[in-house]
Design a protein around this ligand. Structure first.
Ligand SMILES: NC(=O)c1ccc[n+]([C@@H]2O[C@H](COP(=O)([O-])OP(=O)(O)OC[C@H]3O[C@@H](n4cnc5c(N)ncnc54)[C@H](OP(=O)(O)O)[C@@H]3O)[C@@H](O)[C@H]2O)c1
Length: 245
């Protein structure tokens, strides 16, 4: 039977490439996006189905889950990809200049959105023979990585985005403990050139997506509840593995 996969924020970037790669492997792909024009055009380019879904809006999340239930009755793969760095200037600044609002804006999408979407889709995931959840996280949420003076990420100093991914890593670990029948992963796509970072990344969005797809399809030796993916910043380009918390 065809596997059904829903990817949040898949109208562009790593999410779009994840949708494309899963489609090429025969998955039925549900392109979830908050903007109907961007979502429709991405879905149509991919030959996929558009599902309106703003991860910060509970009504939108419930409507999306109801649509998937009506159309498919279950979900095999949920990929929590939607994410942002934040619009606030302080979001990129020093901890001492960070505001409550800057942190709240990023957590609404990168953390609270993941929890709300996951809980809305869990009843559908529980109906799948083998379900997987992939939370698109980052090595910048690995406290041991960003505090290692030998790692290039040691130079990173900022609160909203790194702390949101550290929280997402813990969210992943907690779901994995509660859900022994469902594999739950945090993915590290590596530093990829997308709109999120003004295309400064040295990897392509497709390379980042390939990490997500490996976890979504179960083609790795990664175990549930871990942060897994690109190891370029520890000196192993084109290699994936477990990243320490
Ligand atoms: N690029 C990297 O180097 C890198 C590294 C590690 C992790 N990541 C993670 O990878 C994921 C994808 O990022 P990207 O690099 O592909 O960035 P991107 O090109 O900016 O894509 C972000 C996607 O998230 C969507 N989104 C944002 N807020 C949303 C909301 N409230 N509801 C639904 N969708 C929303 C965006 O939709 P709109 O088009 O409507 O804004 C867009 O489709 C993020 O979680 C990011 O943190 C990226």
């Amino acid at each position: 039977m065809t596997q059904i996969a829903l990817i949040t924020g898949s109208n562009k970037g790593i999410g779009y490439e994840t949708a494309r790669l899963l489609g090429s492997r025969g998955y039925t792909v549900l392109v979830a996006a908050r903007d109907s024009s961007r979502g429709t055009s991405a879905a149509s380019a991919l030959g996929a189905t558009f599902v309106p879904l703003d991860v910060t809006d509970d009504d939108s999340i419930q409507r999306a889950a109801a649509q998937v239930e009506a159309d498919h009755g279950h979900l095999d793969v949920l990929i929590n990809n939607a994410g942002l760095i934040g619009d606030h200037a302080e979001a990129r600044g020093l901890p001492s200049g960070t505001t409550r609002e800057a942190v709240r804006q990023v957590f609404e999408t990168n953390v609270f959105g993941v929890i709300a979407v996951t809980n809305a889709f869990l009843p559908l995931l529980r109906k799948a023979p083998t379900a997987r959840i992939v939370n698109v996280s980052s090595e910048v949420g690995s406290i041991s990585t960003v505090t290692d003076p030998a790692n290039p990420l040691y130079q990173l100093v900022g609160i909203p985005y790194p702390t949101s991914k550290a929280a997402l890593n813990m969210v992943t670990a907690m779901y994995a403990k509660e859900l022994p029948g469902i594999d739950v992963f945090a993915a590290n796509p590596g530093y990829c050139a997308t709109d999120l970072n003004g295309h400064a990344g040295f990897r392509t969005a497709e390379q980042g997506a390939s990490v997500v797809v490996s976890l979504a399809t179960g083609e790795t030796d990664a175990t549930t509840g871990r942060l897994w993916g690109d190891l370029s910043l520890v000196g192993s380009a084109d290699t994936n593995g477990v990243i320490p918390w």
